[in-house]
Design a protein around this ligand. Sequence first.
Ligand SMILES: C[S@@+](CC[C@H](N)C(=O)[O-])C[C@H]1O[C@@H](n2cnc3c(N)ncnc32)[C@H](O)[C@@H]1O
Length: 400
Amino acid sequence: MSDTSIPPETLEKAHNPIEPESIPENNKPTQTGTGNPEYPWMNAQPEEERPTSTQEVNTPPRVVSATTIKTQQLSPPAAQEDSTSHEFDADPFEMSDDTASLTESINSVNYQYRYENGRRYHGFDDAVYLLPNDEQEQERLEGQHQTWLMLLGGKLHLSPLKNNIQNVLDVATGTGNWAMDFADQYPSARVTGTDLSPIQPNFVPPNCTFIVEDSEGDWVWDEKFDFIHSRTLGSTWRNWPGYFRKCYDYLKPGGYLEIHEFTFPFHCDDGTAGPENPMMQWSMYFNEACAKGGVDIEQCANLDPWLREAGFVDVTKLHLKVGFSGWSQDPEMRRISKFYGKIFDWGVSMALLTRRLGWSREKAEVFLADVRKDAADTGVHAYIPLYVYTAKRPETAVSN
Ligand SMILES: C[S@@+](CC[C@H](N)C(=O)[O-])C[C@H]1O[C@@H](n2cnc3c(N)ncnc32)[C@H](O)[C@@H]1O
């Protein structure tokens, strides 16, 4: 695989990630604090207190459907108690009367959450995604974002983008951390993040908007994009070739698509972790549960042929690894993996284990306790393989 469009120094940095302290100023983690001097951005900070840059403004209207023009102000959900399994809570959003009428064509279940076994989930019935969307998960996503920055030498992307880039889409944005950092770094850009869950903060850069939608469905956008980005959708995307065709159709000629993914099961290169290790078993159960929803995470290791089939050129692929404890000989990797081990939440698998594999909550919790012990053991050298793909829609492509 040739990495033609990625400068050699970027690849070198990506393989040998730099110290977090030397991450460029405009890519530095946005959270601050003093409680943990080693990883200052880990210090818990309520969303409302996310540091504001001079560009940040109060909540812009959120467009809630790509297909119909709707501008409604959504209030954040009220705090909910954990409730019984398999029940939807009441609509967590308050809408004013005049905006409520704008939402008739949107199924209100999209704005309801589901509470189950101590965790909160999105309310889209049809979506296969079974990871939680509660605060605990939002913290994990923030930590994962910082891990990714460290692995990529502080870079938000590897595609060779123009400084004055215009229209950018972050598919399944999660907490919107990548989208907001990108919007801050590229003031010329209009960045749109989509997600099943409205878990993005209220204070966002003025050039950043979030949309609630099921992005696995058909796309109807009024504009084409210069850059489409997505990260860690391997547990939910059932049809990568279809996704790549949609991205191709909605990219301008010369535009870039960039995909950042994990694959499971975990790997181990030196025999210190085998199929009997709880951590390795966890990753295999995770795959089995995803497969029951029609998702094959292992495909994420080989997305490049489908990118080419969809018509993309200059396809590049970068393979990285991240562990869960400080076992690596490489001091940079030891540091990143220790951080990743701290922020990783094995409990994200609860709904996969219970809903898909039919386990009881108790069985899952006992198993997860063993997994946590295994993950903290520096004698177990398991890691997650990661892949970053970049692909270009040809300059000469006829825009449809
Ligand atoms: C593991 S998180 C990653 C979030 C974000 N990309 C990041 O890297 O921080 C996966 C996200 O995909 C969203 N998601 C899953 N299936 C989706 C779908 N069909 N349409 C839109 N969003 C989806 C989930 O709600 C979740 O926020």
